[in-house]
Design a protein around this ligand. Sequence first.
Ligand SMILES: Nc1nc2c(ncn2[C@@H]2O[C@@H]3COP(=O)(O)O[C@H]4[C@@H](O)[C@H](n5cnc6c(=O)[nH]c(N)nc65)O[C@@H]4COP(=O)(O)O[C@H]3[C@H]2O)c(=O)[nH]1
Length: 856
Amino acid sequence: MKDAQISRLKKLFELSLTLSGDPMEIFQHAAKLIGELLEVKLVCLSEIQGERLNFLAVYMDGEIYENAGACLLASTPCATVEETKDIRVYDQVKELFPEAAFLQDHNAVAYCGFPSLDNHGKVVAITCLLDDKPHDFTNEDQEVLRIIGQRIGMEIERKRNLEEKERVSEVLRLNEDRLYQATLVSGTGVFEQTYGNDSIYCSPELRTHFGWDADELVTTQTFTASIYPDDRKRVIEAVRHAQNSSGNGLLDIDYRIFCRNGEVGWLATRSQTFFETDGDVSRAVRTVGAVRDITKKKLAEQEQRIFATAFQTQEGIIVTDANQIIVRVNQAFTIITGYSTEEAIGNKPSMLKSGRHDNFFYHAMHKTLHSEGYWQGEIMDRHKDGRIYPKWLTITAVKDSDDKTTHYVGNFSDITERKRAEEHIHYLANFDWLTGLPNRTQLNDHLKYALSLAKRSNGHLALMFLDLDHFKDINDSLGHSIGDALLIKLAKRLRAALREEDTVTRLGGDEFILLLPGVDAIGAAHVAQKLLDTIAESYRIEHYDLILTASIGIALYPEDGEDLEALSKSADTAMYRAKQEGRQCYRFFTQEMQARSARNLQLVNALRHALDRSQLQVHYQPQISMRDGAIIGAEALLRWQHPELGMVSPAEFIPVAEGSGLILPIGEWVLRCAVQQAKAWVNEGFGPLIMAVNLSAVQFRHPDLPELVTRILDEEGLPPEYLELELTEGVAMHNPQSAIAVMNNLQERGVRMSIDDFGTGYSSLSYLKEFKVYKLKIDQSFVRDISTDPEDKVIVSAIINLAKSLGLKTIAEGVETEGQQAFLREQGCDEMQGYLFSKPVSAEQFDALLKQGFAA
Ligand SMILES: Nc1nc2c(ncn2[C@@H]2O[C@@H]3COP(=O)(O)O[C@H]4[C@@H](O)[C@H](n5cnc6c(=O)[nH]c(N)nc65)O[C@@H]4COP(=O)(O)O[C@H]3[C@H]2O)c(=O)[nH]1
C-alpha cells in the first residue's frame, strides 16, 4: 500500500470514528474496515476482562457479528500481544498455539494481533486478524493497525465510562426506588433545596402533607406560607441558623402546618445543609432533608400531658389492675389518705377501709361495678393517722377491646368540709341559731310523726304555744344581748323540764311551741303548770336578777285538731286567751278541757289533804262462790267524801292521784286498811276470806312494792295467802317482762295476784302463761251485755275456757241480773261480784253481810 493511500485511509478512519457515537458501532465498523482493507478472513476485536477475551465485534467472510462470544486469554497469541503491548504477527499460528481452540476452529494460518491501551498504558483490548492462508502484514499495515489500536483503546475507555455511568445511574435509580419505598412506608417525605434556585424539590409524600399538587412550584415562600403562624418565626430562624456557615448545617425541628384538609398537622424535619468553600468564604449551596408526619405522636403526647395534668388534680386518683392491686396513685391521694405512693403501690384499696361498712356494702359496690362498669357513692375511709373521714368516690372499670376489665380507676375527694357545711346548713335549717332548739321545720316533722303514732294507737298529744309576758320590756330596757342571754337560759330550763320525747321549738322572738306526745288534758295541765313555775324562777344575767313569766295555750289531739295547722291555730287561740285572762297562766282551747283541767287542779289540791283530814274510806264488795253462794272474799274499793266536792268517784280521783304521785301514800293506806280488816274478819272466824286490793300502775312499778306488801302483812299479822292484789290487764301488758319479775317476787312471798278488767287489753297468751296469776277477772263491760249481745257471750265463754286451760280461776264483776248469773254459772265461771249480791259497802255493813250469810 502506498503512503498516500495509507494516509487517506487513516484520515477516513479517524473521520469515521469521530462521526460515530456508539463505541460498539465503532468497534464493528473498525473490524469491518480492517477486514476489508487488509483482505483477511476474520477480524476479532476483543476486550480484555480479567482473564478472558470478550469478542465485541467479529468480521468474518464479509459479515459483522456483535458480542460473538469469549475465550480465555491464556495460551493464545493474544496473550503475547498483551504481554508485549505491541503488534505480534505469526505464521503457522495454529501449530504455534495448539491449545487455542479459536485458531483451530478457523484453521488459522496467518495471525496479526495488535493491542489497544487505556490512558494508564494498560492493555484493554486486542484485535486479532486471522487468515487460513499465509498473509503478509506489511509495516504499513501494522502502522495503520497501531493507529486503529489507539483509537479502539480510547473507545474502550469511553465504553467503560458509559457502562460505569449506566451502572451508577442504575444503582442510583435502585437507591432512589428503595428510598421512595422507604419513605412511603415510613410516611417520610424528602426535599432538596439548591440555593440560587428558588425551586424546592419535594417528594410526593411531602406534597401530599402540604397539599401541593405534583406540578406545583414549591418555593421558600410557598413553604413558609404553609407553616402555622405561631411556629413560622421559630422555623425561619432555625432554618437561617442551619444555613449559616458557622454551624454544622444540621437542623432538627418540629412545627405545625396547615394540611391539605385544612386541619393543623405536625411535621418533624431533619435536614442537612451543605456548604461550598471558596478560599476563606463558605456559603450554603444545598439543603436536603427528610420530613415526617408526627401529628399522631404529638396528639398522643398532648393527650399524655392532659392526662398527666388531670392526674395531678385536687381529686385523689387510684389506679388498680384487674386484681385490684394498686398500680398508680397521684399526689392528691397521698394528701387525702396519708399514704405515700410507695406505701400504696402493690397494696389493695382495702388498706383504706374504715370498718364502718359491712360486707354487704362492698358486695353491692362490686356487683354494680361488674354490671355497670361504674360505681359512685359516699364512703367512710380511714386516714393513715387513724382518723375516719367521708369521701365521695367514683370507680370506673377500664376495659380492653375484648370488653375485659384491665384496670379500675377510682377518683375521690375528701368531703369532710362539705359534710360539715351540709351539717351546718342542716343545723341552720333545723335549729334556732340563738338557743339551739329545733326550729319550726323540725317541729313539723316531729309533729307529723307524733300524729301518725297517736292516730294509730288512739293516743293523745298536746301542742302548746308559750309566749313570754312583757319580754319586749327587757329587750328595750336592758338591751338585746341581755334579752338573748335570757332566752338561752330559758330554753335550757324548758328543755330540762320536759321529757326526751317532747319537742321544744323557738319560733323566733319570745315565742315557743312545745309538742308533748302521748299527753292528755291532765298531763298537759300538769306540764304547763310545771313550766310556769320553772319559768318564774329568777334568772341571774350579768349583774341583773331577772324575773320572767309566760302565758301558755294548749291544744289537744284529737279534740282540738287533727293536723298541724288546726292544732297550731287552737294553741295560738288558747295562748291569747291566757294573755287576756291575766297572763302567767295556761289555757286550753276548749272550755270543756279548761273545766276538766280546773277540776283536776281542784282535785289534786283537795286530795293532798284527803288522808290527813280523814276524808278517805275503804268500802268492801263481796265476792261470791258460784258453787254455793258463799262469800269467799271482798274487794277493797276506795271512797272519798269531800266536804265541798261531795262523794268523788275513784274512777275520777284515782287517775288524779296517779298523775300527782299521791297514789303511793293513798295506795299504802288502802292496803293497810284492807289487810287490817281482813285480819279482823279472820279473827272473827269468817275465814277463809280473801281480800282483793287494787294496785295502780304507779304502785306496781314502784321497786319497793313487794317489800311494802310483806311489811304490812307482817305488821298486821295477816297470812299472805289471804291477800290478793288486782292488777289491770293494761298495766301487766305494758312491760310484760318486768311485770313477770314483780309477780314472781310477790308470789314467792305467798301473795296471790289476779288480772283485773280482763278482756279490755291485748293480752299475749305467751305472757299470760308466764304471769304468776291466780285469777282472771272478767270485765263488767262484757258481763253487762251477755244477755243481749251474742258477741259478749262468746267473749265471756272464751275467757272462762282460756282461764281453765291455763289452770286459772275466773271471777265475773258487775253481775247485776239473775240471767247474767245463770249464764256465767252455765259457762263454768268460778266466782262473781256485783250489785246482784251487794254494792261495795262499809266494813260494818260487810260485817253484817258476813254474819247473815249469803245464799246465791
Ligand atoms: N255498774 C256496776 N258497777 C259495779 C258493780 N259491782 C261493782 N261495781 C263497781 O265496779 C268497780 C270495780 O272496781 P274496779 O274494776 O277495780 O275499778 C275500780 C278501780 O280501778 C279503781 N279503784 C277503786 N278503789 C281503788 C283503790 O283503792 N286503789 C286503786 N288503785 N284503784 C281503786 O276505781 C275503779 C272504780 O271503782 P268503783 O267506783 O268503786 O267501782 C267499782 C265497783 O263499785 C255492778 O254490779 N254494777
